[in-house]
Design a protein around this ligand. Structure first.
Ligand SMILES: *Cc1c(COP(=O)(O)O)cnc(C)c1O
Length: 418
């Protein structure tokens, strides 16, 4: 059973100052989870998590993660600017982007970030942009084909399609990129790959690690280029549905360690650092979208209209993603009603839940939409003239801090020429 980190009384108290809808994040959960990740990879002295900023681009969150030893993974100009403003610099920043504009490479280099190149042609583009190549450069690898894991009667535990993904270089291009980068002055190299998203499996990272470790040993031997780090990127998922079980990060760390000791250590590469770029795993479970039921409608189906909409959380509307819902104060009530819980956009996809069994909901009830801490607020938009909500931090001492105020009509109008 999914349990909210907020009680009804807390939510009502917060709503007096910050009306619903709002996104709220749980400091205690975020810190504990970041520490568990760090502990799981403590066997690797160079280990560092670079939090994927796009998941939750909120300075209050980034600073908190920095206190836990995390860096940031940026993929755009404004994300780099935000990272800089939050105090990240040099090796605390990974810049993993694609179709990258020159101005973004320039800022990444100025900040001393690790630059992760998405394509072979970016090697010379980087050199032309900067006039040099940095001493350490990372390249993104795409092995192509299908990536599958753990076949059973129910199908594959993990399945994704790198062969259809626009990212990364082929294996021959990886060696060409390393060789060319070294000619241009690079001295150390990183390898990165992102093969599957939101994996609920302790085997994803170890399987990816095995593939990258073998590739790294191979490319290092072929080119003579020394590999300094291997970036396992994102993709470790969270259980959005109550019947799914969470990944065990300690088991994942141990699985990666086994691959490291079997492949890298014998290849004389026992000093390679392991990096991660997790977004969802770091934040999703520790965010709630809190919303109030405003209307109840009975036509061919039963609808509950809430004051949040897809502009606040787009995942259900764009890919039918499941987000669990708890009616605060009715946690133990029987789920004997079936509702579509919907927002107010003029789009029929604006449904947080479809045919969901929930307790009887009355206007004024407070609903928590779970697992919105990553790819939630950040995917928000202004369709239908809807305004983005506030983002709040629930501190470990129970106090609440405003990290981002709600948008106002003035914000919405600010870019217009009348
Ligand atoms: C989106 C992204 C991540 C984070 O992915 P999660 O699934 O949130 O862990 C990491 N690295 C890159 C390059 C990404 O694009």
């Amino acid at each position: 059973m999914k349990k909210p980190f907020l009680t009804l009384a807390q939510a009502k108290e917060i709503a007096k100052t910050y009306p619903t809808p709002f996104h709220i994040y749980d400091e205690r959960g975020i810190r504990a989870n970041a520490r568990a990740l760090k502990a799981a990879f403590a066997w690797n002295p160079g280990f560092k998590e670079y939090f994927a900023v796009k998941a939750t681009p909120t300075p209050g969150i980034l600073k908190l993660l920095r206190e836990e030893g995390c860096g940031v993974d940026c993929s755009s100009l404004t994300e780099l600017m935000m990272a800089e403003k939050c105090g990240f610099s040099g090796n605390e920043i990974m810049f993993s982007s694609n179709e990258t504009p020159a101005s973004e490479f320039a800022l990444a280099a100025k900040l001393g970030a690790y630059i992760n190149l998405d394509d072979l042609t970016h090697v010379d583009f980087l050199r032309e942009t900067l006039g040099y190549v940095p001493e350490t450069v990372c390249c993104r690898f795409n092995p192509g084909g299908m990536f599958t894991l753990g076949e059973s009667k129910e199908g594959f535990q993990v399945m994704d399609n790198p062969g259809q993904a626009k990212y990364g270089m082929t294996r021959p291009q990886l060696a060409q990129a390393f060789t060319r980068l070294r000619e241009l002055g690079a001295k150390q190299f990183g390898i990165h790959a992102f093969l599957a998203s939101n994996t609920i499996s302790n085997e994803y990272y170890p399987a990816l690690a095995r593939l990258l470790f073998e590739t790294a040993a191979d490319v290092a031997e072929e080119t003579g280029c020394p590999v300094a780090f291997i970036n396992l990127s994102g993709g470790v998922g969270v259980p959005y549905r109550p019947d799914q079980s969470a990944n065990d990060i300690a088991a994942i760390g141990a699985g990666v360690r086994r691959a490291y000791e079997e492949i890298l250590v014998p290849a004389g590469m026992g000093d390679v650092a392991i990096f991660t770029e997790l977004g969802r795993f770091m934040l999703a479970p520790f965010g709630h979208l809190v919303t109030t039921a405003v209307h109840e409608k009975h036509i061919y189906k039963e609808y509950i209209g809430v004051d949040a909409c897809a502009a606040n959380l787009m995942r259900p509307a764009i890919y039918g993603a499941y987000h669990h819902i708890t009616v605060l104060g009715k946690e133990d009530a029987p789920r004997d009603h079936v509702y579509d819980v919907v927002g107010s956009l003029c789009e029929n996809s604006d449904k947080f839940a479809i045919d969901r069994a929930l307790p009887k909901i009355d206007a004024g009830d407070t609903l928590v939409i779970h697992d919105t801490g990553a790819h939630g607020f950040s995917m928000g938009y202004n369709y239908n003239g809807k305004l983005r909500s506030a983002e709040l931090l629930l501190r470990e001492d129970g106090s609440v801090e405003l990290m981002r105020r709600a948008e106002t009509p003035e914000d919405y109008f600010a870019t217009l020429v009348w």
